[in-house]
Design a protein around this ligand. Structure first.
Ligand SMILES: [Zn+2]
Ligand SMILES: [Zn+2]
Length: 427
């Protein structure tokens, strides 16, 4: 049974909360999620007739399922990203299995980071966007807090003040995460700059993408743009300017980006003072959110370390909290204690990884180097490395420890105060 031809929504007939525009441009309804799937019909027909499936038939069925999995929302149903779901099922199941026996705990807590790392490199290689890691991070935080409240607090060893401290830490971490998610500071040409262009000659990094070698380049420099506008003409760039612009030219965004900006292939955008793309927040870390990213890390680590110490004090009361994670006799004799102990191990592993990340970030800020610059300098062999590679000093932007930190702590403020601060950085 097939419906007629899909019709796109009319402008004067807006979508209700249960309707949406599907991937083929037609108007559909969440209640029709199981109806009229031509891709599925065709795959079933071929299977029943014992004919070979088309090479892309399964992926088309998967695309249809992903397109139809929606939740009602204002002005049209929203698509549910399937990568959100695995952590919601896998994490509680695996941690509960790990709590059954110490050997199962060792296997699960070894395999879990391995699986996450494998998926990280798999998605990183494909440069694909996924909500898996953000979902895992948020659900881990929520699940650990849930177990703390339901398994540890009722035992009576945690005071109200300690519970309030952990709760405040979780809330502040989430608030800081929301601030970080506001955006890294994308490089965008200002509308008033678009009248000023430079005729750009010569070979470009990605000819296929650009379909040619002569382009009108939007200058990401308001000062220069105004100067050119005052002359009332497009300007031929000089050799030095052209070299600099060619170096900073982004073939994907088609603009000349300011110094220290970089293109993120996952976000498909240029980001001011790009540090790195963080899969755990599903966003780039750049000039606008680097400070709040570090604050999120710090708040999470403090809350996590405090929470872990409270859990270990409760389930291993006779042991010193520093050694309880390594030796806690009798903890597996009670399932509830074993589950809390397993979660303390899981949280410690996550905390250890993030502590290492925070340490690298603090060192980079102290030397005024971004993660991207450090990686490029290592590739080009232009960086000085110290302390077994922990410190990577490019020596390009560093102006001393205090100045570097002052610059880092105030750079986002400059961004907010200026209407288009990124454009003023180009020299
Ligand atoms: Zn770009
Ligand atoms: Zn990105």
């Amino acid at each position: 049974m097939r419906r007629g031809v899909h019709k796109p929504p009319e402008p004067d007939d807006p979508l209700c909360c249960c309707e949406y525009v599907d991937r083929k441009g037609g108007r559909s309804h969440v209640a029709a999620c199981c109806c009229d799937c031509e891709d599925l019909d065709e795959a079933c027909d071929r299977w029943l007739k014992r004919e070979a499936q088309k090479p892309d038939s399964l992926s088309r069925v998967a695309d249809s399922v992903a397109d139809r999995l929606r939740v009602p929302w204002l002005k049209g149903a929203k698509r549910v990203d399937l990568s959100l779901l695995p952590p919601l099922v896998l994490l509680p199941v695996l941690l509960r299995i790990a709590a059954l026996h110490v050997l199962l705990g060792v296997v699960v807590l070894t395999a879990l980071p391995g699986m996450v790392l494998w998926y990280y490199y798999f998605t990183h290689r494909k440069k694909g966007r996924t909500l898996f890691f953000l979902s895992l991070a948020l659900f881990s935080l929520a699940y650990m807090y849930f177990l703390f409240v339901t398994e540890i607090v009722p035992r009576g060893d945690v005071t109200s003040a300690q519970l309030a401290t952990v709760t405040t830490g979780v809330i502040l971490t989430l608030i800081s995460l929301v601030r970080t998610k506001r955006g890294p500071g994308y490089v965008r040409p200002h509308p008033s700059d678009t009248h000023s262009t430079v005729t750009y000659h010569g070979p470009l990094p990605d000819k296929d993408h650009l379909n040619g070698a002569r382009h009108q380049v939007v200058i990401a420099n308001r000062g220069a743009a105004l100067e050119h506008a005052a002359n009332g003409e497009a300007v031929e760039a000089g050799p030095q300017q052209t070299d600099s612009k060619r170096k900073n030219w982004c073939p994907w965004c088609k603009l000349v980006r300011p110094p220290r900006a970089g293109h993120c292939r996952i976000c498909s955008a240029c980001v001011q003072r790009l540090d790195h793309h963080c899969v755990w927040i599903n966003s780039c870390v750049g000039r606008a959110n680097h400070r709040s990213f570090l604050m999120t890390l710090l708040l999470f680590l403090l809350t996590s370390l405090y929470g872990i110490s409270l859990v270990l004090r409760t389930v291993c009361p006779r042991q010193n909290v520093l050694f309880a994670l390594l030796y806690c006799p009798g903890v597996y004799s009670q399932y509830s204690s074993a589950l809390c102990f397993t979660c303390a191990w899981y949280s410690s592993m996550v905390t250890g990884g993030l502590l290492h990340l925070l340490l690298l970030q603090v060192i980079n800020v102290s030397y005024n180097v971004t993660e991207r610059e450090a990686r490029l300098a290592l590739r080009d062999k232009t960086a000085r490395t110290l302390l077994w590679g922990l410190v990577i000093d490019t020596g390009v932007y560093s102006q001393g420890f205090r100045h570097n930190w002052a610059h880092f702590l105030t750079m986002a403020d400059h961004l907010e105060q200026s209407s288009s601060p990124a454009f003023t950085e180009l020299v």
